[in-house]
Structures are given as C-alpha cells and as structure tokens.
Design a protein around this ligand. Sequence first.
Ligand SMILES: [Zn+2]
Length: 876
Amino acid sequence: MVIKNSTFFLFLACLIIAALTVSSPLFGQERDFRFDPGVTYNEEIPTPEAFLGYKLGSTFTLHSDVVGYFKKLDELSDRLSLHKYGETYEGRGLYYAVISSEENQANIAELREENLALANPGENDNEGVAADQPITVWLSYNVHGNEPSSSEAAMQSAYRLVAGMDQETQNMREQAITIIDPMINPDGRDRYVFWYKSARSNMLNTDAADYEHDEIWPGGRTNHYWFDLNRDWVWLVHPESRGRIAAYQQWMPQVHLDLHEQGFNANYFTMPGTTPRNYELPDDYEKWTDVFGRGAIEGFDEHNINYATREAFDFFYPGYGSSYPSNMGAIGMLAEQGGHSRGGRAVETDDGYVLTLRQRIFDHYTNSISVVRTAIENREPLLNYFQNSFTRKAKKGNIGAFVLPDNGNDYTYELVDILLQHGVEVSRATEDFNLGNAYAYSNGESGRRSFKEGSFVISMDQPRHVFLNTLMKRQLTIRDSVMYDMSTWSAPQAYNLDAAWTTGSAGVATEAVTESPQYRSGVQNPDAGYAYVVDWSQRYAPNALSKLWEAGYRVRSAQEPFTYNDTTYGEGSLIVLIGRNYAKKDQIADDMQRIAGEARVQIQGFDTGRMDDGIDLASRRSQPVDKPKVALMVDNPFNSYTAGQIWFLFDRWTEFGISRIRSESLSSVDLSEYDVLIMPGIRGDFSSAADSTAQARIKSWVQAGGTLVATENTAEFMTKEKSGFTSVELVKKDTTDKKVKEGIDPEAYTSYAAREDSSGLKRIPGAAFNGVIDNTHPLAFGVPEHLYSLKFSDESLKPTTDWQVVGHYAKDADEVLASGYASQENIKKAAGNAFAGVANMGSGKVVFLLDNTQYRMFWVGPARMLQNAVMLLHDM
Ligand SMILES: [Zn+2]
C-alpha cells in the first residue's frame, strides 16, 4: 500500500490548525522534512508509513510495531536478515538487522569471519586488508527510552538501505555490511511511548510545561530496573547488554553510531566531542570522528539543520555506546538530537521555533545515512585503522600482565566473566609463582609478592589490549577535570579485589580459561547432626540467608569468628542449629543441598557445636536474626538510579523481596509494619522528600526500634547540622586559608570564563578513595578491611565516640586517592573522616552510608554493607 500525498497534506493541515489553536507560532515555519525524495525505491518494499498506517512523526511507534516492520523487511527482501539477540526483563525481544547486497548476504558467514580475522592480527601483526572487503557499520538506536525519535529513524534508515535503487544506495549495500539495532532499550522506550499516548491531548500542544511534555518518575530513559543502559556496555549487568555484546563480538564493526536525544533547546550534536580523551585509543581516533562529523554536517548544511560540535560530550568513560566501540577498534560516535522526553510530537523552543518529531526523525535519518556514506568513502583506511588497533605496535604503556588471585568467594569470577564476554584472553597459573614487581592497586607501588596456583593471569600481549588497559589500569591519564561522567572505573578497585599488575611477562606457566568460572557450591558433611554453617564472606551468602528464611529456618549470625578443623569462619557467618529447627530435622539435609545449589554457596555441616577456637555455634554471641520487613523509598525526589540499584541488589542478587513505597505515601503508610526503611539519595533538599510531619514520624519510628538506612546525600541530611536528626556531624570546610578566614573566598575572583573549569575542580567526579573498614561491626561483616569507596560528594562525617564509625578514609592525605580525580583540597578534607557508620537512637538506629554502595552494579565492593544494614543489623 502506498500512502497518497493527500494524506500527508491533511496531516500538515491538522498540525497547523492544532498549533494555531494553542496560540503557538507554528504557522509559516513548518517544513515537511521529506526523506530523500530524489531517490527511487523498490515498490515491493513498503515504506514505514505504508506499513504502520501513519506518517513517521505523527505519533510514536510501539516496540512491537518497530520489530514488525523489520520482520516485514526480512520477509520481503534478501538484503536484510533479522536476528534476535535477547529478551528484556519485561519479555520484549531484542533484535539486530544485517543489511547488505544479495551477493554479500549469500556469503555473509564468510565475510563475517574475514572481518573478525582483522581483530586478531596474530604474530605477523598486519596482513593488510582485501581490496573488496566490505566495511561493517553498526547503528544503535534508542538506548534511552525517552529519546524516542531514533527508533522511528531506524525504520526509515533500514528502508533506504534495503529499498533504495539509486547508485549510491547500491554502493552502500555492496561495500558495507550495515547492522541496525532499532531499539536497545525496549522496556524504557515502551514505558515512554505508552505514557505519552496516555498523556497526549487531541489538540497539539507545543507548550513544554504541558502535562504531555512532563514525564513521570522514573521516566523512560532507563530499563526495567531503572538502570542507564548507556553506562552498562562494559559491565553487562543486564540482559540487554549481555545479548548485544555477544552479537557485537560476532560482528566487530569498524564504525559505530549511537543515536540519542538531548534537551529540546539544543541543536544537533555531531562529532567530534570534547575532552577528556582516553589516551589508550589510537592517535587517529579524533581525526576520524571529525571526518564523520563533517560528513553529517554536509547533509545538515544542505537542509538547513543546525548543529554543534566539540562540546558537552566526552567519551572517556568506556561504558557508553559511543566509547565502548572505540575500545574495540571502531570509530565510536555519538549523535544527540534536540527533543528528548519533553519533545512530544512538537515543542516550542526558547527562541520560539517549533521543533517537530518529524524533524527529529529526519535529522537522525540524515546522520545515519551520512555515516554509512562516509564509511564506504573511507573503507580501506578505516579497515586498516581497525586492524592496526589490535596489533602489538599499537599497545600503549608498560603493563605486561594483570593478576587476580582466586579467592573463590569474592567478585573475581564476575570480573573474569566480563572479560571473557568482551573477547579478552584470560589464563590461570598452573603453579605457584612470585613477582618481583607486583604493583598494588591501593597506592600504585611495587613489591615482591607471591601468588597461588589458580590465580588468573591476563596478559597484555593480546589483541584486546586497548580495552584491557582502559578497564583494568589503576589510573588512566586525565588532563581535564571537567568530565561528563565518572573519573575512574578501575575494575579491580570497583570489585574490591586484591589484584596486582606487573610490567613484562608474569613468567608463569598458564592454561587458557575458556569458560566462566563458577562459584563453588554444595554441602560438606551433608548429614550433619548438630548444625549447618554458611561463611558470610561468600559472594552469595546473603542470598542463602534469604532462602533459609524463605524455607522457615531459625538462623543465627556469628558475632565473632570461630575455627574448627583449621577452618575459620568469619563474623556474620550463618548458623542453622538443628536443635532449634527440630521440626525440620527430616528435611534439613535436603534443604541445605537445595539452598547451596540455588544460592551458589558452600555450606558446612557440623556434628558438634564445640569449636576449637572462638565462639561455639550456640554461643550467646551467635545472634538470632529474623527476616525483616523492608521498605525502600521511591519516586520523586529520590534518585531513581540509586533506588533502582538497591531494588536490583535485593530483587536479583539477594533474591530478597522488599516493598517500594512512593514518597507521597510516606506520611500515610504505617511504618510500624516495617523493620527497616531504606532512603536512597535525593535530588534537592530532604524536606522535599519528607515534610516536618513525616520527619517526626520517621524519628519516632526509629526510636521505637526501626532501622533507618540513609544513603548518599540522605545520609548527609541525617546529621546534626542539616536536620538535627542525630548528633553525627558533617566535616566542615577547611578555613585555614588566610583570605577565607578574613571572609574573602578566593573563588570570588574566578573569571566568568573559567567558572566551569573551577566548579569542575571542586567536584569529585566519581573517584576511588582508600577506605579502612571495621569489619568486626555487623554493618561490615564479610567486608575486607580495605575497601575502595566511590566518592562523588565532597562531604564526609566526623568520627566521634557519639556513634559507631565503621568506614573511614585513609588518615594520611597522601594515601586517600586510589584512582580518578579529586582536588588536593577535597582529598585533605576527606582524610581520616568517616563515610559509614551507625548511630543509635532510642531502641533503633540510623545507618549512614555516605558513598553509593553498588554504583551501576559494578562498583559493588561496598554492597555487602547495605545487605548487612538491611538483613542483619535490625536484630543487633
Ligand atoms: Zn541519551
């Protein structure tokens, strides 16, 4: 079916009439934004408009219909094949389409293998590329669900590449394999689209303040668990990322474009971006982004589309869709169209222009096609750039190998699993070995160190060296303190591992690791006569606790360590006494087997309660812990990312059900129903989350025995200064500077032009601080004594005897910064001060967790403190 032009004009007329009715000055400036009307198309292939039954831009298309269009193209054309690579939490299919000429498609498996061979140059480094080898281009749409123009543009881009009959489109098919992922985040996208459809008026309203443009919390940007998938390309926490990277590693494109939207007042952002830069990347990276940026600009100039380059966006953090591909030898790029969640079908900008959804689609379509065009125009040099980046001669720095000891109970296996998913070669030592120059992640100093057989050895002498350095280095070069995202992500620090690196080779015999290591699980002495014990330092011990409660067991938690048969069980270890669970005597052995397997923990059966050292199993120092009822605050003004992480930590990793309470219910909900209340960080002031009445209710609930867990800036609010809720104090700014003492802050003289840089210097943009942990306190049971805490705010808490300090930053200012950027002033301010602890109040307690404990679910070294705060502390 072909939609006739009259439908189109009818649409325009409606748009104009609608706009006039809401007194918007649309009349006279509307444009039809026709997609390449000069190109002739194969008539057997339906346009998106013909398939959907409406003109692109007149409304938003649901995930099922976008997928439907790609399935139709797959059905009708040999030039496109659609592949499913996963499923979201909400059960939506994830797909990518491969578009190329019929001839290439007939040969696609071989072409893909030839392309992959470039990413493994082997001993000879550079074999050169075949003269007719196609270039692989990957276009990614709609990672942020409420930046919705891009999935609409994906359909038009696919239509052009499949159905275009002109010479240029034919060349694109012959010389390129173009992969289109039309929707990276279907759950978030559909959340936005369903919401928008429910919120829209009949009369088009371009007023950005209107309900139709004002999305509700948590918004459609994120996935089901409120995570930003455009930060997860490296960490692969979510099925969307895992499936995509598995597909990505099968194709390894030379060019990747990630299409987004930004605020509706901004003009189109195209490449190149700004600093800081990742110095691990090949030197020519920026040059190439400029070539692509200028390619887009050519199309924009032709159509009077406005744009900006070299500002706002950097590609330093490797977990973006713009930066990850660059670490994999591609030219990774970002595109930002103005529009975003407030864009709706049309919105009036601050200079009175009416930005339509149709234009947003047109702009993204124009850029998408220009990227394929630029790619084939520069096919050979780009293939060479790609291949070169994997060679030995492109390797930077002097690191020879990274070493991760296998403790079997921490996050090491998670990191190894991630490395394997990214095509990194990992091996294991087949013997004990020593390193003369093992560098430590806490301070970067080297020394002699011995490692056990089974330690993971990751040599830098491998094709993925750029990615490896970017992910594993303690400190990347930073020459600019103003960054779009965090300043460190050093993986061994994020997972709080006792790792090391060395220059030169590790000099030890190894064998390749081909499968992800599995946590050891099972029951030793399964028919025990007295008790079962789960050591609390195990990665999934909290999951086992949840399952023990679920199965109705009375569980104790050891307040002190104990040793039996030369094995020591640490603080917090779970003890299930058979005598105290006598009614379950006949099933307990089976239950323990099941729980050990499902939770992935090791459980030790005991025939006696008399330990060799430390407390006995039934000691009064083995504290019964009951299953608490837990509430997590959500909705405005709470930070949806932190709320989502905490929800995920308990719902997925711990498999422990918690209630999520809307902030507006805080003054009406019966708090006495709950033992624990978790408050994530907030945007703005705490009084916007809880008015004085709600605050008084929370306070009396704590005094009556409740455990309040306050994280990030909510923890700041619980101090003496901010609310008087507790006697815990914030650390004051150092005023030893003479001028500050006299009342003049030197910052007052900062020039207008330097203000942004100056505020960047003052911020801590996500840096790792060395933390010292008191793991004899229940809040830190199972946490190593040394912890990398991820610092964003410049606040810290004053250690006093009024409360129980559990985590503080290194006392010596020279030892505070473990990696990333923080100013000397901020480092000095933090040194020796606290970031975690507990203040008693009446019969209850307030838990302070000033730094995020599970950032993006990859900076998870501190996460056990939150699990302890929620699962153990209420009974201690
Ligand atoms: Zn975005």
